[in-house]
Ligand binder design. Structure first.
Ligand SMILES: *Cc1c(COP(=O)(O)O)cnc(C)c1O
Length: 463
């Protein structure tokens, strides 16, 4: 067939729009939208013809044009953000959206989204109020401090603290704490942008109290301590205890601020989480302000929490940048519900991040055995499924040295490479994100929700 003949076989937009598929799609969306999608499908086939593609392929595309249209409409209406199954065993997986919200937090978000709220309104007084009162009382209570405020994330919290309390003046930081977190958050860079002047002291592995002492001058705005979340310097190291540093800062009348990163709020030492500082303890040890993320070990929404002395929080609240970095009602709703779980003492049961950290290998093994029993009869003969003892990690730059004992499902195929098995899981619907190690695909149920197990079984059975 000549190109001209092929072009002539193409239906018109009008013809296609009157066919059953397009009429049905238009009823679900709009005629204008389906018309535009139809024009795109026709243009793609015209492009095939003009490129001189194989005639059979072109004829097949023309035959299946209704299917092509439907597939394109579905793909075009799919949001880019979508749920995935996290089978990596990395609990606070930054690439996969960090903390999952608790059921009560999800319900609070939905309720706040559907309705007007008292976001900036004092119902009792019948007049305007401030949004940042929400969560403030709960935080102050849980952390044992005077005041607290919430911003977009912890990077914003660090930035706002520095900009408010230290612009144009010096901030003393140990060289061992000038960290980069998650690729784009570098303390020196944030400091420069905030207008504060970095005064580095000590060395990478050792900073003494006397280093702080001799750096403090009339131009010192604050002493900043940073929790080196995602790495550890081990061996010949030294840094002063927070109490000592606090005493020094107090004598010099310079505020001491600690960027905690994760801001642990509960006891997890029985799970192996030992050298992660607790926000409450830092404040009790004399930090004037602490800041931390809402969606790391706290297990809540993305947020940055600033807590400590009222006289330091007050100017932060009235910094015009607070308006730039403030959070919305959905964040307050999720955060307050999360904090209420802590207040009740129910964080292990209710908050997914804490629940996953506390899960024992025995519990995970029981789930893994059950899943394997259901899955085995559905696997191809070449696919081998085994249980394998291994470790999960906390992730999110928290507790890098903690290994949580787990029981993995290990998949190997005599013919297909583990990387292509992993890819197949990843490209499925929903995507399953697993890891490949030692020629096997490893699935860790610690980070898979029980209600996701049926979908996981289906995905693995499709292999
Ligand atoms: C994670 C982290 C941050 C950044 O927090 P975000 O909530 O991701 O903005 C800052 N400081 C430390 C020490 C961290 O661990």
């Amino acid at each position: 067939m000549t190109r001209e003949t092929l072009y002539r076989q193409l239906p018109s937009v009008e013809e296609l729009l009157n066919r059953e598929t397009a009429v049905r799609l238009a009823a679900q969306t709009s005629r204008a939208f389906v018309a535009a999608e139809t024009a795109r499908v026709l243009a793609s086939i015209r492009a095939m013809i003009s490129r001189g593609e194989d005639e059979r392929a072109v004829v097949e595309a023309i035959d299946k044009i209704d299917q092509l249209l439907e597939r394109q409409v579905v793909a075009d209406l799919r949001p880019s953000l979508a749920p995935v199954i996290n089978a990596t065993g990395v609990i606070i997986h930054t690439n996969l959206g960090r903390a999952l919200l608790s059921e009560s937090a999800v319900r609070a978000v939905v309720a706040a989204a559907r309705s007007y709220t008292n976001l900036e309104y004092d119902v009792a007084a019948g007049k305007r109020s401030r949004r940042d009162l929400h969560a403030a009382r709960l935080l102050a209570e849980l952390l044992g401090c005077e005041a607290a405020t919430v911003v977009n994330n912890n990077a914003a919290a660090v930035f706002l603290i520095l900009n408010t309390l230290a612009a144009g003046r010096e901030v003393i930081v140990s060289r061992g704490e000038l960290v980069e977190i998650g690729g784009s958050f570098r303390i020196p860079e944030i400091m420069r942008r905030s207008g504060a002047l970095l005064r580095e002291i000590g060395t990478t592995n050792k900073t003494k109290l006397s280093d702080y002492q001799s750096a403090i001058s009339d131009n010192t705005a604050l002493v900043l301590r940073v929790h080196p979340s995602n790495y550890r310097i081990i061996g010949f190291t030294e840094r002063p205890a927070l109490e000592e540093l606090a005493a020094l800062a107090r004598r010099a009348r310079v505020p001491l601020v600690e960027d905690l990163g994760s801001g642990l709020l509960t006891e997890l030492s029985d799970c192996g989480v030992r050298d992660e500082p607790k926000a409450r303890e830092s404040l009790a040890a004399g930090a004037d302000l602490v800041c931390f993320s809402g969606d790391k070990l706290l297990g809540g929404p993305q947020a940055g929490i600033i807590a400590g002395r009222e006289e330091l929080i007050r100017p932060i609240r009235s910094n015009p940048l607070m308006r730039v970095l403030r959070v919305d009602k959905l964040t307050y709703a999720a955060l307050e519900a999360t904090l209420i779980s802590y207040k009740k003492g129910k964080e292990r049961e209710e908050i997914p991040v804490i629940n996953m950290i506390a899960a024992r290998r025995d519990d995970i093994e029981r789930r893994a055995r059950k899943l394997a029993r259901r899955l085995r009869p559905r696997l191809r003969a070449e696919l081998e499924l085994k249980l394998l003892a291994g470790f999960s990690v906390v992730g999110g730059g928290s507790c890098p040295e903690v290994q949580l004992p787990t029981m993995l499902l290990a998949l190997a195929d005599r013919q297909v490479s583990p990387n292509s098995l992993e890819e197949k899981l990843r490209l499925g619907e929903p995507p399953v994100i697993a890891r490949v190690e030692k020629d096997q695909v490893l699935v860790d149920l610690r980070t898979v929700l029980p209600e996701q197990e049926p979908a996981l079984v289906e995905a693995m059975a499709r292999l």
